[in-house]
Design a protein around this ligand. Structure first.
Ligand code: HEM
Length: 453
C-alpha cells in the first residue's frame, strides 16, 4: 500500500519560480531523480548546495568530520528569537558544553524514570480523543497536544492542563502561526547581507514563550534550593555540573534549553504520530494486530519493560519515521574546502542531508514508497536502515531525545490502537509538506471509533 507522497517537480523551472516553489515547500520543489541520486549539486546566485545521499558522504559529514561541517547559520535565522543560544542552534565549544550537561538526562536509566509520566500523558490522550465524538477529527493538533503534555510532564512534572503549561502551548501555536515561512527553506533565504526582519507578531510570541519559560525555570531553581523539587528532567539538567568545568547551567542558559526541548521534543513527535495514525487508518488488519499486542503486553498496569515488547507498534512507528521523517532535511555548511565525488566543495557551501530522500531511496529500499512495517524484521530492511534511516540524524549531533521518542511514540500508538479504530475520511487524503516539520497541508482527518463500541 502506497501512502501519499508529494508530486515531484516536473521539467525545468526558471530560477525565480524554483525559488518561490522551494520556499513554499521543499518536498515538491525538487526533481524526482533525487530519490535515486548519490549526490546532487545546485548552483544558484549566492548559494552553492550539495545534497548528499551516498552513505559514505553523509557519514563523512555527520559522523567522521562534523567539525568541518557545522550547522548552517542560515537555519538559525527564523528560530533565534525563540531558542536564543539553545543547543539546537549553537556550534563549537558552547554546543559541546551544552551536550555534556544535557546528555546524561536522556540516558537509559533516566528514561525508565520518565515512563510513568509518559504513560499518564498517553492515557490522558485516550480520554481526550474519546470525548471528541463521532465527527471526523484533525489528529495533527490532537497529537501536538499529546506530545506537549508528555514534555511538560517529563520535564516539569506538570500536565498540559496546568495554567503555565497551557499558556506556553498556546503561545507556541501563536508563534508558529505568525511564521508561515518557518520552514526548512529558510536555508535558502535572502542573501546574508539583507537584514533579517522578524515580523513583530513572531517576536511578541517568542518573547511571551520565553517569559513563561523563565518563570518555570526560576520557580524550579527555588524548589531545588528548598529541597522540594521533583526528580524530573528539569531538576536533573539544572543540577548536573559540566564534567569539564564543574559549572551547571545558569537560569538564562536553561531558558534557552527549555525552549529547545519544547520545540524539538514536541513538534517532531507530534508530526510522526499524526502520520503513524494515518498509516494505521489505511490498514484495519494492522490496527487489530496492534490492539492485540497492546492488550497482551501492556496489561492493566504497564511497566517500562513492556515497551520493549511492543514490537509491532515500534515497527509501525519506525515505518512512519522512514516515510515521513519529521525533520526532512538537515543543513550543514562546509567550514573548509572539500571534494565530494570529484566535485569541489568551497568553504561556505551548504550541504544537505535528507532523511526524506534517504528513507525513500530506490537503491536502498525494496518498494521504497510502500508502507510495510514488516520490512523492519527482515535482514534487507535492517541493512537498508543502516544506510538510509536517519530520522534522528547521526554522529555527535544526533538527537539526544531519540531514545525518549522511541518509547513515547510506540507507547502512545499502542494505547490509542488499543482504545480506538481509526478510519480515513473519504476525499481527505493528506498531502505532506515541509513546514517546521513534515505536516499535512490541510491536516490529517480521521474518524475515531471507540473499540468498546
Ligand atoms: C520523533 C521524534 C523526534 C525526531 C524525529 C527528532 C529528530 C531530530 C533531528 C533530525 C535532530 C538533528 C537536527 C539537525 O542536526 O539539524 C534533532 C536534534 C535535537 N533533538 Fe530531536 N527528534 C525527536 C524528538 C526529540 C525529543 C523528544 C527531544 C527532547 C525531549 C529532542 C531533542 C532534541 C535536541 C535537544 C536536539 C539538538 C541536538 C544538537 O543539535 O546537538 N528530540 N532531533
Amino acid at each position: 500500500m502506497v501512502p501519499p507522497k508529494p508530486a515531484s517537480r516536473q521539467g525545468r523551472f526558471a530560477f525565480w519560480r524554483y525559488l518561490r516553489n522551494f520556499r513554499r515547500d521543499i518536498l515538491s520543489a525538487n526533481p524526482e531523480r533525487l530519490y535515486g541520486a548519490k549526490m546532487a549539486e545546485f548552483r544558484i546566485p549566492f548559494l552553492h548546495t550539495f545534497l548528499v545521499n551516498e552513505t559514505a558522504l553523509w557519514r563523512r559529514v555527520l559522523t567522521q568530520e562534523p567539525l568541518n561541517f557545522p550547522k548552517s547559520p542560515r537555519m538559525a535565522a527564523g528560530l533565534e528569537p525563540l531558542l536564543g543560544q539553545g543547543v539546537f542552534l549553537t556550534n563549537g565549544e558552547v554546543w559541546r558544553r551544552q551536550r555534556r550537561i544535557i546528555d546524561p538526562a536522556f540516558e537509559g536509566g533516566r528514561l525508565r524514570d520518565t515512563f510513568p509520566a509518559m504513560l499518564a500523558a498517553g492515557r490522558a490522550t485516550v480520554d481526550r480523543l474519546a470525548a471528541l465524538g463521532p465527527a471526523p477529527v484533525d489528529v495533527e493538533p490532537q497529537m501536538s497536544h499529546a506530545t506537549a503534555d508528555v514534555i511538560f510532564r517529563t520535564l516539569f512534572s506538570m500536565p498540559i492542563e496546568d495554567a503555565t503549561a497551557s499558556a506556553v502551548f498556546r503561545a507556541f501555536r501563536a508563534f508558529q502561526g505568525t511564521q508561515p515561512l518557518l520552514n526548512l527553506a529558510a536555508f535558502l533565504p535572502l542573501p546574508r547581507w539583507v537584514p533579517r526582519l522578524h515580523r513583530r507578531a513572531t517576536l511578541t510570541a517568542a518573547r511571551r514563550i520565553r517569559a513563561l519559560t523563565r518563570d518555570l525555570v526560576e520557580a524550579r531553581r527555588a524548589a531545588i534550593a528548598a529541597g522540594t523539587a521533583p526528580d524530573d528532567l528539569a531538576t536533573k539538567i539544572m543540577t548536573t555540573p559540566d564534567p569539564e568545568t564543574g559549572r551547571p547551567f545558569d537560569d538564562a542558559e536553561m531558558v534557552d534549553q527549555v525552549a529547545v526541548f519544547f520545540l524539538a521534543g514536541h513538534e517532531t513527535s507530534a508530526s510522526a504520530l499524526g502520520w503513524a495514525l494515518y498509516l494505521l487508518a489505511l490498514d484495519p488488519g494492522l490496527q487489530d494486530a496492534l490492539a492485540a499486542e497492546a492488550g497482551r503486553e501492556l496489561g492493566a498496569a504497564p511497566d517500562f519493560g513492556a515497551v520493549s515488547r511492543l514490537t509491532l507498534a515500534r515497527d509501525t512507528f519506525r515505518e512512519a519515521l522512514r516515510l515521513y521523517p519529521p525533520v526532512p532535511m538537515m543543513v550543514r555548511q562546509a567550514a573548509c574546502p572539500a571534494t565530494f565525488r570529484g566535485r569541489a566543495v568551497n568553504a561556505g557551501a551548504q550541504v544537505v542531508i535528507s532523511p526524506w530522500h534517504l528513507g525513500r531511496h530506490r537503491a536502498l529500499w525494496d518498494d521504497p514508497d510502500a508502507f510495510c512495517p514488516e520490512r523492519w524484521s527482515t535482514p534487507a530492511g535492517r541493512a537498508a536502515a543502516r544506510e538510509g534511516f536517519l530520522p534522528f540524524s547521526a554522529g555527535p549531533r544526533v538527537c539526544p531525545g531519540a531514545g525518549f521518542a522511541m518509547i513515547e511514540g510506540p507507547l502512545l500508538l499502542a494505547l490509542m490502537a488499543q482504545a480506538f479504530r481509526f478510519a480515513p475520511v473519504p476525499a481527505q487524503s493528506p498531502v505532506p509538506q515541509a513546514q517546521l516539520t513534515v505536516r499535512a497541508k490541510a491536516g490529517i482527518w480521521l474518524t475515531i471509533i471507540p473499540r468498546a463500541a
